[in-house]
Design a protein around this ligand. Structure first.
Ligand SMILES: [Zn+2]
Length: 408
C-alpha cells in the first residue's frame, strides 16, 4: 500500500483522493472506478491493520476484529462509501474512517474484545447513480432484495445488475445471505445542518430520524391569451399554485418548529410569457419526527389545496410518491453517549436528524444510534462541506469510549 493514513485528518484527505474533483470535493458513485478503488484501498488498509476483511455479494466491505468466538454477537460500526455527484469529503467517509481508527486503537490498547467488533463500508446510501437509496444497508437488513434493483438504470442507460457485475459483484447466490449476528449498529456522521454550529456543541445525539412524505401536485386550468382574456374569465393554475404554496408555508409555521416543508420544483406549461398556463406541477417535501403530526399536516394541506382548486374551478391531483416513517434511535445507547460527553466535558445536544441515514435501516433489526459532529455553515452535498480536525477527533474519542464500554 503506497500511503497509509496516519491520523483522521490524513485519512479523510486520503479517501477523498478516490473520485477527487477539481472543485475540491468527490464524486464517487456506486460501482464506478473511483468507488472500486476506494473500497479496495480501504480493504488493503484494514488488512494491514490486522482485521479480517471481506466483501459481501453486493460490495459492502467489512473489517472484523474477532473476539475468538464466531457465535458471539457483533457490534457493527460504519457508514457509506458512495457520494453524490460533486459531494464533500466527509459525508459517509467520516463514519468509515473513524470506525477503522477506533477499532485499530482498541485493538492496540486492549487487544481482543469480548464480543466481535466490525467496521462496515456500505456500498451505497445516496441514491445518486440509480434510483434506489440505502441499498447497502437495505440489503443487509432485509428491507430490499435483488428484486428491488430489477430494471433500474443509471442516466447513461447502464443497468444496476451490469454495473454491479462490472465492479466484480453480483448474484453468485440468487439470495443475498443475510446475517443474524448483528447486535448493535453505531454510525458517526457529519450533521449536514447548522444546529450544532449555531448552538456551539461538539456532539449531536440523535433521538429520531424524521419521517418524510413527498408529493407531486398537479393543477390543471385553461391556457389562453394573456391580452384578450379578462381576469374574471381565467382559470389560471399558476396563480392558484402560488396561493397554495404560500398557504402550505403558513400552515407549516403554525405547527411546531420541527415541522419542515419545501417546494423545490415547479413546472409550468406551456411556460410562455404571454400565455396563461394550462398546467402547473409542483412538489411538496414534508418532514417531522412524529408520524401523527406529519400525517395531520399532510392531510390539512391536501384538503386545503382541494378546496382552493374547487373555488377557482381548477382540477387538482395530489400524488404521494415517497414515504418514510420516523425511526427512533436506541435510548440506552444514547444515554451511554450522553454520560460519556458529560464525563469528558464535551458539549452535546440531543436532536433529530432531518436527513435520512443508514442507521434508520439498521434500527429495524438491532439497537442503533447515530451521532453527529458539526458541519461548517451547515453545508453538505457540496465540495464546501467542512468539519475541523478537532471536531472530527472529538467524535472519534466518543466513539472509541462507547465501543470500549460495549465490547470490553
Ligand atoms: Zn451520508
Amino acid at each position: 500500500m503506497s500511503h497509509v493514513p496516519a491520523n483522521l485528518a490524513d485519512a479523510i484527505e486520503w479517501l477523498s483522493s478516490f473520485g477527487a474533483v477539481s472543485e475540491g470535493g468527490v464524486t464517487r458513485l456506486l460501482y464506478s472506478k473511483a468507488w472500486k478503488e476506494a473500497q479496495q484501498s480501504l480493504k488493503e488498509w484494514m488488512d494491514e491493520l490486522g482485521f479480517q476483511t471481506y466483501y459481501d455479494s453486493i460490495g459492502n466491505l467489512f473489517g472484523r476484529l474477532s473476539c475468538g468466538n464466531s457465535m458471539s454477537p457483533t457490534i457493527l460500526v460504519g457508514s457509506h462509501v458512495d457520494s453524490v455527484t460533486l459531494g464533500g469529503k466527509y459525508d459517509g467517509a467520516y463514519g468509515i474512517l473513524a470506525g477503522i481508527l477506533a477499532l485499530s486503537y482498541l485493538k492496540q490498547q486492549f487487544g481482543e474484545p469480548k464480543v466481535n467488533l466490525e467496521i462496515v463500508s456500505l456500498c451505497e446510501e445516496e441514491g445518486s447513480r440509480f434510483p434506489i437509496a440505502c441499498f447497502g444497508s437495505g440489503m443487509m437488513t432485509g428491507v430490499y432484495t435483488f428484486r428491488d434493483i430489477e430494471g433500474l438504470k443509471d442516466s447513461e442507460g447502464t443497468s444496476f445488475e451490469s454495473a454491479m457485475k462490472e465492479a466484480g459483484f453480483g448474484f453468485a447466490n440468487p439470495e443475498y445471505l443475510r446475517r443474524n449476528d448483528i447486535d448493535r449498529f453505531v454510525e458517526l456522521h457529519i450533521e449536514q445542518g447548522p444546529t450544532l454550529e449555531k448552538l456551539q456543541k461538539s456532539i449531536g445525539i440523535v433521538q429520531t430520524i424524521v419521517g418524510q412524505k413527498r408529493f407531486m401536485i398537479t393543477v390543471n386550468g385553461e391556457s389562453n391569451h394573456a391580452g384578450t382574456t379578462l381576469m374574471k374569465w381565467r382559470k389560471d393554475p399558476l396563480r392558484s399554485a402560488a396561493a397554495m404554496i404560500d398557504d402550505l408555508y403558513n400552515l407549516a409555521e403554525g405547527f411546531d418548529e420541527n415541522l419542515v416543508t419545501t417546494v423545490g420544483q415547479l413546472l409550468v406549461e406551456p411556460n410562455v410569457s404571454n400565455v396563461i398556463p394550462n398546467q402547473v406541477v409542483f412538489t411538496v417535501d414534508a418532514r417531522h419526527p412524529t408520524e401523527a403530526v406529519l400525517n395531520s399536516y399532510c392531510e390539512q394541506f391536501s384538503s386545503r389545496f382541494m378546496e382552493m382548486a374547487k373555488q377557482k374551478g381548477l382540477n387538482i391531483e395530489i400524488e404521494k410518491w415517497h414515504e418514510v416513517q420516523p425511526v427512533q434511535m436506541d435510548v440506552k445507547l444514547n444515554e451511554m453517549i450522553q454520560d460519556i460527553c458529560t464525563n469528558r466535558n464535551i458539549g452535546y445536544h440531543v436532536m433529530n436528524s432531518g436527513a435520512g441515514h443508514d442507521a434508520q435501516l439498521f434500527a429495524g433489526i438491532c439497537p442503533t444510534t447515530i451521532l453527529f459532529v458539526p458541519s461548517k455553515g451547515g453545508i453538505s452535498h457540496s465540495p464546501l462541506e467542512y468539519t475541523s480536525n478537532n471536531e472530527l477527533e472529538t467524535g472519534l474519542d466518543v466513539l472509541i469510549e462507547l465501543l470500549h464500554q460495549l465490547a470490553y
